[in-house]
Structure formats: C-alpha cells, structure tokens
Design a protein. Structure first.
Length: 663
C-alpha cells in the first residue's frame, strides 16, 4: 500500500476581478473559466447586495493576436535540482510552440504570440503586460499558474482612459487592434464598447523555487523524476487558461488511451508517456477553444475564414438540454454532461459540459461574493451545451463533487461550486435514455444514441438523475493500494443479507450496478481489471470467507474502471437480478453478496511503474486520517480465489447501487 504522491496540481488559476466589464449570456458553464457580470445592477435577495451572473472570460477579437512579453531577467533560468541548463531563448521557443498548439486549431481563431520582452524582477500583475515569467512569489506552490484580469461589467472605453492607475493611457482612438502604441512595453486597447468577461491582462508564471519548484525541460523525452517536468506540457495547459478554458474532467481519452485531456488539472510528473501526451490539446480542449473562438463567426477580423481555417459550424454540432435532479427536483448546476462518440476510436469520451445558468450575490461595499440561500435563486436552469465533432453519441452525466472524483468542484469554476454548495452532486453516473429517461429507471447504463454524423444540432436532450439507493460501507478517500500484488489477486467487499433485508421492506428492488473507486499509479495507464464480479458467499467461523466464483450472479472480464473515480459495472437485467437476490435473502439461501475486482492475470503490468491498478481505501491507521467511520469487517483479499482473508485496516470503497422498482 502506498500513497499516490506523484501527481501535482498544475494550475492555481488565480483570478483578479476588476469592476469593468462582463458578457451577458444565458449559458455557459461549459468548459469556461468564469468571471461574473453585475452590469444589470439587479437587487439580490440578500439585502444591500446585487446579483452576479457567472460568465466566461475570453479575449475580445480586438485583442487578437494576444501579445505576450518574455521575462529575460533570469538567463540561464535557475534549476532547483542542480546547475542551470535552460536559456531564456530555448524556453521562449518552447513557449511559442506551446502557444502554437492552440493557434493551429483550424476551427478556432485564437492567436497568442510572444512579441516582446520584460526584465521585471517580480511579477507585476495587472499592468497591461501579458508576462511569461519564471519568477514567482515565496508563497507560490503550484507548478504554474495563469492569473488573468477581466471586466465584471459592460464598459465603454474612451481615448485616454487610465485603467491600471499608472498615469499612462490604456486606451487609444488611433488603433483598431490592441497593441503597444507608444512603445513603452504595455498594451493599449482600442476605444469602444466591451462586454463583461473581456480579459484585459494575463500573466503565466512557472515555479522554479528551490524549496518546492521544478526543473523544466525542453526538447527531450520527459524523465521519471517527479520534480522535473516537460515545459511544453505545462505551458499548453496554462495557455488554455490564458484564453479562457477551465479545468475539465476527462482523464481517460478512450477505452484504449488512459491519457487525460490537456485541461485536466493534474499531471503525473513521474510518467513520461502522460507528460508527452499533454503537449497537444485533446478533443475536449479543441472543442472548447473552437466554441469560444469559432472560425467563420465574422466577416472580417480574426473570426473571418482564412486559408487553412475550417468554419466551426461545418465541423461541429451542438448537443443541448437540461439537467435536473431526480430526488431534489431541482435544476442542477455544475453537473458534468459528457458525450462519448460511438462511431470512432472505440468509444472516445470527447466533450464534457458543466450544466446550469447560475447566480451569486455581490456586495458592492467590499467586493465579496456570496451563495444565495435559496437554490431556486442561485440556479436559474440546468441548461448545458456540448460542442461535438460530427458523429454518433451516447450522452451521460456524472457529478462534480468536492472529493477529487476525479476533479473537485472548487478547481473548476463558479458554476460547479454553486452546485456543490446546494448539495446537487449526490447522484450516480448514468446515460441519457430517450423516452425512458426519468427519475426512476431500471437501466441507467443504457443509452439512446444521438446521431449527428450528417450535421445539425440536437436539442431537448434533457436528463433527470436516477433515484438510487447506494450501500456504501466506507468513509473518506484516505489511501490506495496495494503495491506489488500478484496477477489474479482479488479484492472483495461483503454486503450482508441483513442490509438487503432492511431495504426489501421498501418494496421490490432493482439491483443496477456495482461501483468501484479505483486509481492507477501512472496517469497514461487505463484502470483495467481482469474481472468485476457480483456473487454470493459465506463467512467461515475463523473469519475468512468462501466466495462463489463458479456460478456468480454477474461477471464481466477486462473491466474498464475509472481513474480517481467510481467505475460502474452495470448489470444486464437489473430487475430480474433484484428479484433473484430478494428471494434468496427471504428464503435464507443468500446470506451475503460479494462485490469483487480481480487484478489482471497478465504481466508485466503496463506503465513505467509496473503496478497493477489500485483500489481506493478508507482507513484510520494514521494519525493524520480522521476517524470518520469505523473499520467494518467487510473487506477481503485473496491471492488465489480459494480463501478470502478479511483486511481489518481498511474499508474498500466498493458500492452496490439499487433502486426501487417502478410499478
């Protein structure tokens, strides 16, 4: 057993919010890094405050190309692990290559260029210089970050306006594109109207501090040293934030590719394959860059079609709908609605949107933001929009909770935090099921395909989360394990018949799925287990268990779970399975159910670490772990499947998912 320590938080995504401008939109959590809009000055239900609407932050077309200045005050760039080796010239070339990963997307008109230099000895913040620097404050602890300043009201800029209070005019009547008019190193903006959400300044900083900084490498194969990281991998992620993209959830690109989307917030600095994959945007990243900066959206300027461009509407379609909570009967803010392409690349998870049009409360007296007490005031609707390439899709939904599964709500945007605040993220992953979509479904793993191969959009794809009963005999995510297990090793969790007997009093049960909280050592590796099993068994007088592996109730081989999340094993006939289990409990032929995962039989296990996929553990054997629940006598392991030994140290985080049968 070991802790998964190689992952590092990529970006703190700091935001400086200026009371200048904002965009009036009815959607868009989507993949947006958000600010908020107080333009309407609408009274809040909280006395003395006004409503603030979370909106995307993006560059105005008049700011493109976005001009950056490279900090040259450290050359060579210090290396916290040894002698300096990285020159400013080499770093700048690598950073421009990273910008070009976004600039070269044919359906997006974003354009970011390094056009100048600065020799400042500290990051200046909001100064109309978009700075790239390896200088960070003493308190900075992330690998890198991309703080930006955006308007939070609509504004009209006029010639001579002083916005950053440095006595140097920031607005000019003489230009139509933002640029350094007077040659003093900072950028002036064209006069005119700007909507809230417009980005004015963005700085990107990379951490090379001696205590907790990183060695940034360029033009080489990444190594396994966890404090050494590929600069382009980090920069491409940060530059996604630079033009308005939030953190995203996809950390498994497909059934054959374990790498994450570029905007996933964690990077495994000890996995060279994962670092190399992060050098280029994934499908989710490309879709949202294109959605916010669509080629062909204007007759002139950056959005006009140029040679090599592809019109956004010729390559993408939109899937639109509303997400609501089956138990709470509320619109959901911050649910992740995702589309999986069924026609290409063996079920690739392409795009995930965050649901909900939301509102906060803003205190003009101190600039504070507050959640509204009533969910109906804070969540206007559960609308979502997913931009997807042409194809055939299954649409599903999963919660964005506050427990890093796989990304905490607080690491994304206001909208996901609002949904978390209202307790709307307590539902199981499921799929849109067409005419069968309802708050009570027998088969949440089934989906109704949405065909967009011929173009057009799909609207009215409304999803209601399923009302389920989860048997969770565990607490928090404390550890994961176990290291160096043998091929074919079993993990098992017992569900006593007494728990099922209590539930049968509610009526007929539908046994829908087993859920397994799993993780891998190397981020590029898929969490594939040899088998997932639901079966029966007995507890022996000596405390061991005998599990029926010969005639299980349900079994699947080569089970693909999820990394840092619950993977679901959906059962083929949930209603019949429920009837069988309830009958066995009543006539006492079933004394226990067992949920099992088996480690693959083949070796070597994939990945640079050579470890089998892990399960996540709830444990109390450390002074640093809160004793949130007792250790139940329900978790077992077995090397051979013949005898299962109880593990008294941990609760394995396996769950049985049930619902009450619809009459």
């Amino acid at each position: 057993m070991e802790k998964h320590s190689a992952r590092k938080l990529l970006a703190s995504c700091l935001s400086l919010l200026m009371i200048f401008a904002q965009t009036v939109t009815s959607v868009r959590a989507g993949g947006a890094l958000e600010t908020f809009d107080i333009t309407d000055n609408e009274p809040s239900p909280i006395p003395g405050q006004i409503l603030a609407r979370p909106i995307p932050r993006i560059w105005d077309a008049r700011s493109i190309p976005v001009r950056y200045s490279m900090n040259t005050s450290q050359d060579p760039i210090p290396n916290p692990l040894g002698a300096p080796f990285l020159t400013v010239a080499a770093a700048q070339a690598d950073l421009q290559d990273s910008f070009n990963q976004w600039n070269s997307i044919p359906t997006a008109f974003i354009d970011m260029q390094i056009t100048g230099t600065t020799a400042s000895t500290a990051l200046q913040g909001f100064d109309f210089v978009n700075e790239l620097t390896f200088r960070t404050s003493a308190a900075f602890a992330a690998i890198a970050s991309s703080p930006s300043v955006a308007f939070i009201t609509d504004v009209t800029l006029v010639d001579g306006d002083l916005i950053d209070n440095d006595a140097d005019s920031d607005v000019s009547d003489d230009i139509t594109v933002a640029q350094d008019v007077d040659g003093d190193g900072d950028i002036e903006y064209p006069a005119g109207d700007y909507p809230a959400g417009t980005i004015l300044d963005n700085d990107v900083q990379f951490n090379i501090k001696t205590s907790n900084g990183f060695r940034f490498t360029v033009n080489t194969t990444p190594d396994t040293t966890t404090r050494s990281v590929d600069l382009e991998t980090v920069a491409v992620h940060e530059f996604g934030h630079s033009h308005g993209l939030a953190h995203t959830l996809p950390n498994q690109e497909s059934r054959t590719d374990g790498n994450s989307a570029t905007m996933f917030p964690l990077i495994d600095t000890g996995d060279p394959a994962a670092e190399e994959a992060g050098r280029s945007p994934a499908a989710d990243d490309i879709a949202y860059s294109s959605f916010f900066y669509p080629e062909g959206s204007a007759a002139t300027g950056p959005g006009a079609i140029q040679p090599g461009d592809v019109r956004f509407e010729d390559a993408y379609s939109l899937i639109e709908g509303n997400l609501s909570h089956g138990y709470l009967q509320q619109n959901i803010a911050g649910g992740n609605v995702f589309a999986i392409d069924q026609s290409e690349d063996r079920n690739t998870t392409l795009i995930g949107a965050y649901s909900g049009t939301t509102r906060l409360s803003f205190n003009p007296a101190n600039g504070g933001l507050f959640f509204l007490p009533n969910p109906a005031d804070g969540v206007v609707n559960g609308r979502y929009v997913i931009p997807v390439p042409r194809g055939n899709y299954a649409v599903g939904v999963e919660p964005v909770d506050n427990f890093d599964l796989p990304v905490a709500a607080g690491r994304i945007n206001f909208t996901t935090q609002i949904g978390q605040f209202y307790g709307q993220q307590n539902f199981n992953e499921e799929f849109y099921n067409g005419g069968a979509e309802a708050a009570r479904e027998d088969r949440p793993g089934d989906f109704t395909p949405i065909s967009l191969a011929g173009g057009g959009n799909a609207s009215g794809i409304n999803i209601t989360t399923n009302r389920t009963l989860n048997i969770n005999n565990f607490g928090t995510r404390d550890f994961f394990g176990f290291a160096n297990v043998t091929p074919g090793f079993y993990y098992a969790v017992r569900v006593p018949a007494s728990q099922l007997a209590e539930l049968t009093k509610r009526g007929n049960l539908v046994i829908q799925a087993a859920a397994f909280d799993t993780i891998v050592t190397d981020a590029s590796v898929l969490p594939v287990f040899g088998e997932a099993i639901l079966t029966t068994g007995t507890v022996n007088p000596n405390g061991t268990a005998t599990v029926n592996l010969a005639t299980p109730l349900a079994r699947v081989t080569n089970f693909l779970s999820q990394e840092t999340d619950f993977g679901l094993f959906y059962f083929d006939d949930p209603r019949s399975l429920g009837q069988t289990i309830q009958a066995g409990v009543r006539n006492r032929t079933i004394s226990n159910l067992f949920i099992l995962l088996r480690v693959p039989l083949t070796q070597p296990f994939p990945g640079v670490s050579g470890q089998a996929p892990f399960i996540v553990l709830d444990g109390t054997n450390s002074a640093t772990i809160a004793n949130d629940v007792p250790i139940f006598p329900l978790s077992y392991t077995s090397a051979d499947g013949a005898s299962f030994t109880r593990d008294p140290r941990f609760n394995f985080r396996f769950s049985l998912v049930l619902s009450e049968a619809v009459p």
